[in-house]
Design a protein around this ligand. Structure first.
Ligand SMILES: Cc1cc2nc3c(=O)[nH]c(=O)nc-3n(C[C@H](O)[C@H](O)[C@H](O)COP(=O)(O)OP(=O)(O)OC[C@H]3O[C@@H](n4cnc5c(N)ncnc54)[C@H](O)[C@@H]3O)c2cc1C
Length: 476
């Protein structure tokens, strides 16, 4: 039974459908526009552009019921995204009393706004990890990243979460030949150390994976995939609630104090005492825990969704419906919507881009650069949220005394946040299974940083400049 569901999940399903209204004419297959046309191509924000996630279209936005807070719980969790809910589910299923607080509606952080692309990569890559930690620990860390993908699949299956989960794979196209060579070298090194379900795809074969000649080949990962992030969050929330966790949405935790025997939390609903507090605030970490705020760098990531397209066009541009993330410093990540009728593209907005319609316009140009066929298509949704980075690019987890934390997934948190939340819960339960290869890794701080990332502007400008050089050198 499990195998059948598993096989089925691996098949991307983009349904055939009649042509939708605002679709531009489709050029014949293989027609490649001139470079100037590629540079001019852009998608434009619709008149009624919506500044909220495409994923929220069917979401119930009515205020949640105000919960009756007990005086005391075993574990209080701050943050109702994937990390907090995954922790709550594990704790509640083990019989602990749990309350999850979120200052907004749970999920309003990154967990219902993301691209829905779950992966098994770690920011430093195998080479960087092996240099820093040695080969065995690097392998253990990457094995955990792979385990996080299996874990999220189990969450979906065991809790019957209808969220368009599929392991259709991810293609990482290289912007330049040099990026391609570097990807190939790092894959070869990693394959020598551990099995990796991935292969290099040279430029003359990439049309099986992407309907664009913008790239110089790429790296294909088979085991990863995509889901509908808000539906997944809703399902996880229902599972945690069903297991007995109390969910207090629109309830900020304002203060934390440790007494001899417990933690006292001041919330916007009143005071509550907990044996243990888990901080699961990721990119929204604030002054409640200055020790985390001073170590977490929040970075804005933004996404646009196109108007409905002809599903045949979407299939031709992104054959196999895979997730895609390219090798720009300010990377483009994009995918078809689960119904195969739209393309969603996200990126880290660079310096001087602006917000609102200007941001949508900027992302529309990026999409037009990759797929000139989409010139003139409208963008219907544009939204953004915060991703958390640590200074060494690694996820962070720890439980010291009565306070635990799990955060900093560097834009790869769809799978990792669930895994880390689960591990953190096991730690809080005193379960040795909560051990992680990421235990006891330093959570670095910098003397020049206290939680306000003033340096992001210059850093983004530098990355944007290097990306422009890549474009120029390679005739893009
Ligand atoms: C636009 C965008 C696109 C992304 N795309 C991808 C992707 O395709 N693939 C991928 O792997 N990752 C992606 N990510 C990252 C991924 O979404 C996150 O890593 C993941 O959702 C983190 O989950 P979390 O539960 O740790 O944090 P969040 O979901 O951000 O939740 C943290 C919560 O803490 C709450 N909070 C903070 N302080 C308090 C307080 N004092 N009291 C109460 N509540 C508080 C906030 O309200 C917030 O809801 C993306 C992120 C963004 C923003």
């Amino acid at each position: 039974m499990f195998l059948e569901v598993h096989q089925c999940l691996r098949q991307p399903a983009l349904p055939p459908s009649p042509c939708a209204g605002s679709t531009p004419s489709i050029p014949p297959a293989g027609t490649e526009p001139a470079l100037s046309a590629r540079r001019r191509a852009r998608l434009r924000p619709a008149e009624d552009l919506k500044f909220e996630p495409y994923w929220w279209r069917e979401r119930d936005r009515s205020p949640p019921p105000e919960p009756d807070l007990p005086e005391r719980v075993d574990v209080a969790i701050v943050g109702g995204g994937y990390t907090g809910l995954s922790a709550a589910l594990t704790l509640a299923r083990a019989g602990a009393s749990v309350v999850v607080f979120d200052a907004e509606d749970p999920g309003d952080g990154a967990s219902s706004r993301n691209g829905g692309m779950f992966g098994d990569r770690l920011k430093p890559g195998y080479g960087g990890l092996a240099r820093r930690f040695g080969e065995a620990r690097a392998v253990a860390m990457l094995d955990e990243a792979s385990a996080s993908v299996d874990f999220i699949e189990r969450l979906v299956i065991d809790n019957e979460i209808a969220c368009d989960f599929a392991r259709m794979g991810r293609f990482y196209p290289a912007v330049t030949r040099a990026h391609y060579e570097s990807m190939a070298a790092s894959l070869e090194a990693e394959k020598a150390a551990r099995p990796v379900q991935a292969e290099m795809v040279p430029a003359d074969e990439q049309s099986q994976f992407i309907g664009s000649r913008f790239y110089a080949g790429g790296r294909l990962h088979h085991d990863t995939g995509g889901l509908h992030p808000a539906k997944f969050h809703d399902g996880l929330l229902a599972a945690a609630r069903g297991a007995g966790a109390l969910i207090a949405g629109r309830t900020a935790v304002l203060g934390l104090e440790e007494t001899d025997s417990a933690m006292v939390l001041e919330t916007s609903l009143g005071f509550i005492t907990a044996e243990t507090v888990l901080i699961c605030t990721n990119g929204y970490t604030g002054p409640l825990t200055p020790e985390h705020q001073a170590r977490v760098v929040p970075v804005t990531s933004a996404i646009v969704a196109t108007d409905e397209l002809d599903p045949d066009l979407v299939r031709r541009l992104i054959p196999g419906g895979r997730m895609i993330a390219d090798s720009f410093n300010l990377l483009n990540y994009y995918r078809p919507s689960p119904d195969g009728r739209r393309i969603l593209l996200g990126s880290r907005p660079g310096v001087g881009v602006g917000g609102g319609r200007k941001l949508a316009d900027h992302l529309g140009r990026r999409l037009g650069e990759i797929f000139p066929e989409l010139d003139g298509v409208s963008l219907t949704h544009c939204w953004w949220g915060k991703v958390a980075f640590s200074f060494d690019g690694l996820p962070k987890i720890g439980l010291e005394g009565r306070i635990g934390h799990a955060m900093c997934y560097a834009g790869s948190g769809v799978a990792m946040s669930n895994w880390m939340g689960h591990k953190l819960a096991q730690k809080a339960l005193g379960d040795l299974a909560g051990r992680s290869a990421f235990d006891d890794v330093e959570f670095p701080e910098r003397f020049f940083y206290g939680g306000r990332p003033w340096f992001l502007g210059p850093a983004m400008a530098w990355y944007g400049f290097r990306d422009s050089l890549s474009r120029l050198r390679h005739g893009r």
